[in-house]
Write a protein that binds this ligand. Structure first.
Ligand code: PLP
Length: 437
């Protein structure tokens, strides 16, 4: 029988990708399609097994704090729905999604300045499914998809599953750099290649916590328009800003056919309901509906109607204010603790919203190799390398402040600071590995 200690060690190994591959126990290994070869467990998923132990402060996951939801109200919403509309709520629905919910989602997007028609919205199983459907309808093997670097790790996995060639575009504390975007597209054009998509999380980015500056947004759209590159704007955190009103998404000021906008109720209501959506140009919307049909026939009507009812009967916009206050306090706790606990040479981002801070450590620190020592010190984070399509970022890490309360966030950062100091002392003693040429 496997002891819990063995399980712990195994999970740790999985997190580090060091499971032995010498002998495959999979009888069907040689039968998988070529596109399945690129499917590997993400750093984040493998980590959950370890990071959920109560003695560990997890700064690893990106889970919203759903305990902040009024559970009694949610329970009443569900029960009223079944009592009043059971035969509809428990039936199949359309692949495009419930019309009433699509209308409600247009009102959600209007909060950020987007004017949208319900007919151009496709409801999906979280925005993750929208991403998957887009990859399926646009990406042939070898097609170029442009991304930020670092970028959302599951987007990397999704595009790789369609055998995309992911090409990174440089970013800084103000998000994507338009000149770098133009140069990358020009370089690819010189090699006879035109990217199909730009995948971007412009607001409160996962993982870096940075936001594309307002004055860069028009340029990004214009460059992509000129080059014929469709923008996929992934915006699950846009309504969770801590400073001032919401940022206008790219979609709000771009031509209708320039952007596919992805939204989600996961971070502002509950990820367990799995309600996300895509707002797409009409022709792309038609393809998305066909792809959704073959993927799942229809989304859960029950989940869609729960969200629709909740939005129409509850003061959701006021609850959002409460979420912003809660996450801002956690962000502040993290930034305050980082200022005290981080060693010289470390830098980090200062998110104006969302869930994540991105830390860059002195050269030579390998955050993947350091993770077991951090876990032993009872703190977890996500090594940065998995967020880089080009394998960069060995000395980076993503810290999330969304789930633990502020005192635990601070405690986690102080534990991490102690681990880092020991790490740097060892590096000073034994020398730093030579950087790759
Ligand atoms: C940038 C980004 N896109 C998409 C998703 C997927 O969210 P959903 O729960 O809507 O599928 C996440 C979840 O963490 C995310 O951070």
């Amino acid at each position: 029988m496997m002891s819990s200690e063995d399980g712990y060690r195994r999970a740790l190994c999985c997190g580090l990708g060091v499971v032995s591959r010498a002998v495959s126990l999979d009888r069907w290994e040689r039968r998988y399609a070529a596109r399945a070869q690129g499917m590997v467990a993400s750093e984040v998923r493998a980590l959950f097994a370890v990071a959920s132990r109560p003695e560990i402060v997890s700064l690893a996951g990106g889970m919203p704090d759903v305990a902040a939801l009024p559970m009694d109200v949610m329970a009443a919403t569900m029960s009223d729905l079944v009592a009043g509309q059971g035969p509809t709520a428990l039936q199949y629905g359309s692949a495009q999604g419930d019309p009433g919910l699509r209308e409600a989602l247009c009102a959600v997007m209007a909060m950020e300045g987007i004017t949208a028609e319900p007919d151009n919205v496709v409801v999906t199983v979280g925005s993750q499914q929208a991403l998957d459907l887009l990859a399926r309808i646009f990406v042939d093997p070898g097609d170029v998809v442009l991304t930020e670097s670092p970028t959302y790790v599951t987007a990397i996995a999704t595009f790789r599953a369609c055998q995309a060639d992911l090409v990174s575009v440089a970013m800084d504390d103000d998000g994507l750099i338009p000149a770098a975007l133009a140069q990358t597209i020009a370089r690819l054009a010189a090699a006879g290649r035109c990217p199909k998509l730009l995948y971007t999380v412009p607001t409160f980015q996962n993982p870096a916590g940075v936001t594309l500056a307002a004055e860069r947004r028009g340029a990004v759209v214009e460059i992509c328009q000129r080059a014929g590159v469709l923008i996929v704007e992934d915006n699950p955190y846009g309504l969770l800003g801590f400073e001032g009103g919401p940022m206008r998404p790219l979609r709000a000021d771009a031509p209708e056919d320039a952007v596919v906008y992805l939204g989600s109720m996961s971070k502002t209501l509950a990820p367990g309901l799995r309600v996300g959506w895509a707002l797409a140009p009409p022709a792309v919307k038609d393809k998305l509906v066909l792809a959704a049909e073959s993927a799942m026939l229809s989304h859960s009507v029950f989940a869609q109607l729960v969200v629709q009812r909740y939005l129409s009967t509850q003061p959701w916009a006021d609850q959002l204010k409460g979420l912003r206050v809660m996450y801002r306090a956690r962000r502040d706790a993290m930034l305050d603790a980082l200022a005290v606990a981080m060693p010289a040479g470390a830098t980090w981002t200062r998110p104006a919203g969302g869930f994540f801070v991105w830390v860059t450590l002195p050269d030579g620190v390998d955050t993947r190799a350091m993770l077991p020592r951090a876990i032993a010190a009872r703190v977890a984070y996500v090594p940065g390398i998995g967020f880089h399509p080009d394998g960069q970022g060995a000395n980076t890490m993503r810290l999330s402040y969304c789930f633990p309360p502020p005192d635990r966030v601070a405690e986690g950062v102080h534990r991490l600071g102690r681990v880092l100091r020991r790490e740097l002392a060892l590096l000073d003693m034994f020398g730093r590995p030579a950087s790759p040429a």
